[in-house]
Design a protein around this ligand. Structure first.
Ligand code: ADP
Ligand code: MG
Length: 232
């Protein structure tokens, strides 16, 4: 199957004044259409950094990211923003909802940016809010919702555009087990319909084990999480 998202030889070092923090070292990865990949790694290992680079939210120090044949570093800011709106859903580790907008308006926002009417965007947003179990909270501002509710709104916002890739940074981190399972079901039903690929950063081993592949970031490199030797 075709690669939808790939990165080659990514290095990332954060430089703050005279302090250099090397985080990623020669990371290459390719994700096929409809493929589900989990990325594990201890806190501070660079999981969010890698996801942000894959989603065009941050730039690598060297190496390149390619999305459906488009090299992200060659795109203008507007072209990159359009590609992200058309094709990618990003679920942030810290929900990043817009505080002055209701849950419904937050979920409708990517469709409004795409040019849909308020009515059409809100109708679609209502469907997604219903799927994450939050119809009754659609008029609430993020400040009037619990952490788990905000995260579910953020998930609905990432899925509302039916993207071809969803990049999710610990999407079930603040959710109880049953909601985590619902979110997983929602992601997979979307995937079946639309061949959506997922890259999910998670600490949730149960969630990771449902993916097609489990990778781990260790010492700045991406390694397979399979045991080195098959048990005899
Ligand atoms: P994870 O998501 O695996 O917990 P991160 O990708 O957030 O890890 O961070 C990896 C490392 O990079 C950490 O040591 C973190 O302190 C550092 N880091 C992340 N963002 C920045 C930044 N903007 N400037 C400097 N260092 C950063
Ligand atoms: Mg992180």
């Amino acid at each position: 199957m075709q690669d939808v998202l790939l990165c080659r030889n990514i290095h990332k070092t954060y430089n703050e004044g005279s302090t250099a923090t090397p985080v990623l070292h020669d990371v290459s990865l390719s994700i096929k259409a409809g493929e589900h990949v989990a990325i594990l790694g201890s806190s501070g290992s660079g999981k969010s950094t890698l996801l942000h680079i894959l989603g065009g939210l941050d730039q690598p120090s060297s190496g390149e990211v390619e999305f459906k044949g488009h090299k992200l570093h060659t795109l203008s800011p507007n072209a990159l923003a359009k590609l992200r709106n058309d094709e990618m859903g990003f679920i942030y580790q810290f929900h990043h909802l817009l505080g002055e907008f209701s849950a419904l308006e937050n979920v409708a926002m990517p469709l409004r940016i795409r040019g849909l009417s308020a009515k059409a965007a809100q109708e679609k947003a209502q469907v997604l809010l219903n799927e994450v179990g939050l119809s009754h909270r659609q008029a609430h501002l993020p400040s009037a919702m619990s952490g788990g509710e905000r995260q579910r709104v953020a998930i609905a916002r990432a899925l509302v555009t039916e993207p071809s890739v969803v990049l999710a940074d610990e999407p079930t981190g603040n959710l109880d087990d049953s909601t985590g399972e619902q979110i997983y079901q929602l992601l997979t039903s979307l995937s079946e319909k639309k061949k959506t690929a997922f890259v999910v950063v998670t600490h949730d081993i149960a969630l990771a084990s449902k993916m097609d592949r489990v990778l781990k970031i260790k010492d700045g490199q991406l390694v397979s999480n399979q045991p080195a030797q098959e048990p005899v």
